[in-house]
Design a protein around this ligand. Structure first.
Ligand SMILES: Cc1ncc(COP(=O)(O)O)c(C=O)c1O
Length: 406
């Protein structure tokens, strides 16, 4: 079944291509409005959004409480730069630190900036606290990682599409297999400042490491005086049924990297969160961002943290995740070869006999369901945590139809 596109949609896509660089290959839908778990395109067709902007829309489109916080702040003060104080950053940082059980917050904007900041903090901690010789600090990372798109970050990726032709890359990273704690232990030496991992790898296809992995990594880091940095930019803030994916194993990292949903789906807001003995190494003038910690983002972030503090969204993600996972499990063997899931987050491997992940995503689009393919045969879904069980059932029915019809 090929997608039939309306002429209005085609014209907008063609016009966009005239002036927008092709760094993405979007599905052919032009979205004009969003509300809760649903979006409407320029032709008036509605779609159930099962991607939530890669978890940035954990609370759905236009959550009234988050919109209210943004509107109130828009009328008061939006930007000061950190040349001055503003009256929103402190309350936001206090609330976020409490949510994380940590002391300090360093606010940035995008996820990649939080990762870059985490790496700088780890290196500075390595030299100033651990006593690693100058310029010798290393960070251990995992195969299959996705931490963003800056040149330093893609330099330690193993995805050719992310790194080819973008070198030369920064030194100081050692990559080991994901899910293998012994490999991390073997890679650590006296110059290792940090281990940087996603507790569950999102972009790689929702790869959940073996039980006990995070706990073992935590113990190895503690025993070797190495910082454990958890990139919870996609996995954190309620997605997997707990506030952080590390909570699933009762693990507390030294450093949390947060982003995406922290900005409530309204604006970019990321943060590095750690105790004073780690984040306190950064001195005035050593790091910053014009927009990082701006009052508009802080007001939105504060409301997001308040919403997460009740535990309501985590509980929803757990219950809805179990519901979804049970239905997806029924599809294995019928066009699906495997399902990996944690909370309301799933990677679904499509049988090549049915088509590629992209083809299935396009067929689902035609039936009013938005998902995203990754790495050829996988589609991943991260529905807004406000979605209803009946809506999930409907979406799975559409997937079943698409698989059966192929
Ligand atoms: C785990 C993880 N880290 C970092 C990033 C980068 O975030 P951003 O796109 O906001 O720079 C992403 C984005 O998908 C991510 O999934």
């Amino acid at each position: 079944m090929s997608l039939r596109l309306d002429t209005g949609t085609l014209r907008i896509i063609d016009d966009e291509r005239e002036h927008v660089a092709s760094n993405y290959s979007p599905l052919p839908v032009v979205i004009a409005r969003g509300e809760g778990s649903w979006v409407t395109d320029v032709e008036g067709k509605r779609y159930l959004d099962l991607l939530s902007a890669y978890s940035a829309l954990n609370f759905g489109h236009g959550h009234p409480e988050i919109l209210a916080a943004a509107r109130e702040q828009l009328d008061r003060l939006t930007l000061t730069s950190r040349a001055y104080h503003n009256d929103r950053l402190g309350p936001f940082a206090a609330a976020l630190a409490e949510l994380c059980g940590k002391e300090l917050v360093l606010p940035m904007n995008t996820g990649a900036e939080a990762v870059e900041t985490g790496i700088k903090v780890a290196r500075a901690w390595g030299y100033r606290v651990k006593g690693i010789p100058a310029d010798a600090a290393t960070v251990v990372v995992a195969d299959g990682n996705f931490h963003g798109r800056t040149t330093t970050i893609v330099g330690f990726s193993d995805d050719p599409a992310a790194r080819d032709d973008f070198g030369p890359f920064a030194a100081g990273f050692v990559r080991v297999p994901f899910g293998d704690a012994a490999a991390i232990e073997a890679a650590i030496d006296e110059n290792t400042a940090a281990v940087l991992i996603e507790p569950i790898q999102g972009e790689a296809g929702i790869i959940v490491p073996p039980d006990g992995y995070l706990r073992a990594v935590r113990e190895i880091c503690t025993a070797n005086n190495v910082l454990l940095i958890a990139d919870e930019i996609q996995s954190g803030l309620g997605r997997v049924g707990t506030t952080f994916a590390c909570d699933r194993e009762g693990v507390v990292p030294d450093v949390y990297l947060l982003g995406k949903a922290l900005g409530g789906g309204i604006l970019p807001l990321s943060a590095v969160v750690a105790d004073r003995d780690v984040l306190g190494v950064i001195r005035p003038g050593e790091h910053g961002s014009t927009f990082g910690g701006n009052p508009l983002a802080a007001a939105v972030g504060l409301r997001v943290v308040e919403m997460l503090s009740s535990g309501e969204f985590q509980t929803r993600a757990t219950a809805l995740g179990e519901h979804l996972q049970a239905r997806l499990a029924d599809l294995v063997g019928s066009g699906v070869t495997a399902v990996r899931a944690a909370g309301l987050w799933a990677g679904i491997d499509i049988d090549p006999a049915v088509g590629t992940g992209r083809e299935v995503a396009e067929r689902l689009l035609a039936r009013g369901v938005l998902v995203k393919d990754t790495h050829g045969q996988t589609i991943r879904i991260a529905p807004p945590l406000v979605i209803r069980a009946t809506e999930l059932d409907w979406a799975v029915e559409q997937l079943k139809y698409v698989l059966d019809a192929s």
